[in-house]
Design a protein around this ligand. Structure first.
Ligand code: APR
Ligand code: ZN
Length: 370
């Protein structure tokens, strides 16, 4: 089948809009027509060649939503016409990780996903006889993409796909980090570092969990308005307060926050987020993705004196089982997504979307195929 796709031929090059050939879905695979896809930082990190898993040429995109067009043999959990969100984290329900019920990290097809192929080791995308790799098992920058059945969340059919696509990564990561990986109690204080789609969603998670004080932190003053709209009670711009961010937070909360959520991927911010958690019980949840190989250091006494440092992957959400609930939360008005979408563009404008992201002008750009 022919498909329009944005191809990353090599690192640090503009994406190229091409007509590609998409092979039919194999056993246990599903052909999905993507309606819309968000453009996320992780796509840019890959494009810049900073992802240790980089393998070009590839089709980026991992924050999409669409409909099932064709099912390969053996597929029985989705059917033609179903609305679906591709998952970069599968949920096979059979591997030791899934069976443990202790993690949402299913590693059943991680190896082939990271090498840019389907689980059988081959690719479904071809450009003039050249095989094109998959990315994160999703490749939502192609109108038609092939995804393993175990990496598809079936969702209700009455949702706007060009909004819930953000549940494929950023929004779920932020909301879930608070609801699943932190322990926010009614009346608590929460600090959120970095107000992109992830951080703004973490603010919403804090509001849903009943936090009373929600401190939003960003070096971009333009983020204050939307942060307050989504539930922030305070805003800190580290560049203008004239004191350390951690001290400012301590002053606002009598010593530190019950929960801090880091959503920048910047090492110095991660360190601040740990320090900002209240001595004795505060928890820091790291969601930001560092550049490959980077490390952060903290004095051990910070955790010896009762702080907890945790990380969160896809908000701790098991995609196939739990994403439908997040779609419901959006449809019921509990989670705001529309306000996070600053730009609606066509797939042909994908390079502009990357420019908007790099310059800090966009919260999220959504690319449309239809
Ligand atoms: N202090 C405070 N805020 C910062 C700092 C800093 N030192 N550096 C950057 N920020 C802010 C930016 O101004 C921006 O508003 O963090 C925000 C990051 O938002 P996005 O770039 O839109 O990132 P997002 O998609 O929300 O993802 C957050 O997850 O995937 C990773 O690389 C991504 O680590 C990033 C994180
Ligand atoms: Zn599994």
């Amino acid at each position: 089948m022919k498909s329009i796709a944005a191809i990353a031929l090599e690192s640090n090059q503009l994406l190229s809009i091409e007509e590609i050939e998409v092979m039919p879905p194999g056993e246990g695979e599903v052909l999905v027509e993507i309606a819309a896809t968000g453009v996320c930082h992780t796509d840019a990190v890959m494009l810049e060649g900073l992802n240790s898993k980089a393998s070009f040429p590839t089709i980026l995109g991992h924050e999409g939503a669409g409909r099932v067009v064709e099912c390969g043999t053996g597929v029985n959990s989705v059917a033609v016409g179903d609305s679906v969100i591709p998952l970069y984290g599968a949920e096979c329900r059979q591997c030791p990780h899934c069976i443990s019920q202790r993690t949402n990290l299913c590693w059943s097809i991680r190896e082939t996903r990271d090498q840019g192929t389907m689980p059988d080791g081959s690719t479904r995308f071809w450009l003039n006889g050249l095989p094109i790799n998959h990315f994160m098992g999703t490749s939502t920058f192609s109108r038609y993409t092939v995804v393993p059945e175990i990496a598809l969340a079936k969702i209700r059919s009455d949702t706007p796909l060009d909004k819930v696509c953000l549940l494929g990564c950023g929004v779920t990561t932020g909301v879930g980090a608070v609801l699943n990986d932190a322990d926010v109690r009614p009346g608590d204080s929460v600090a959120v570092f970095g107000l992109g789609a992830v951080g703004l969603s973490a603010i919403q998670g804090a509001r849903i969990a009943g936090a009373m004080t929600i401190i939003a932190i960003d070096i971009n003053p333009a983020k204050e308005a939307i942060a307050r709209k989504l539930g922030a009670t305070h805003f800190i711009n580290p560049n203008t307060i004239g004191q350390r961010t951690v001290e400012c937070i301590a002053d606002l909360t009598a010593g530190g926050v019950d929960t801090s959520i880091e959503c920048t991927g910047v090492l110095s911010v991660m360190r601040d987020a740990v320090e900002a958690a209240h001595v004795g019980w505060g928890t820091c949840v790291l969601t930001g993705v560092e550049a490959s190989g980077q490390e952060v250091s903290i004095p051990p006494v910070w955790v010896r004196y009762g702080r907890t440092v945790k990380g969160s992957y896809f908000g701790g959400v098991r995609g196939r089982s739990e994403l439908p609930t997040y779609v419901d939360m959006y449809m019921n008005g509990l989670i705001e997504i529309d306000a996070l979408i600053s730009h609606n563009l066509k797939i042909q404008d994908v390079n502009q979307a990357f420019d908007l992201m790099r310059s800090g002008q966009s919260t999220r750009s959504v690319l449309h195929f239809e």
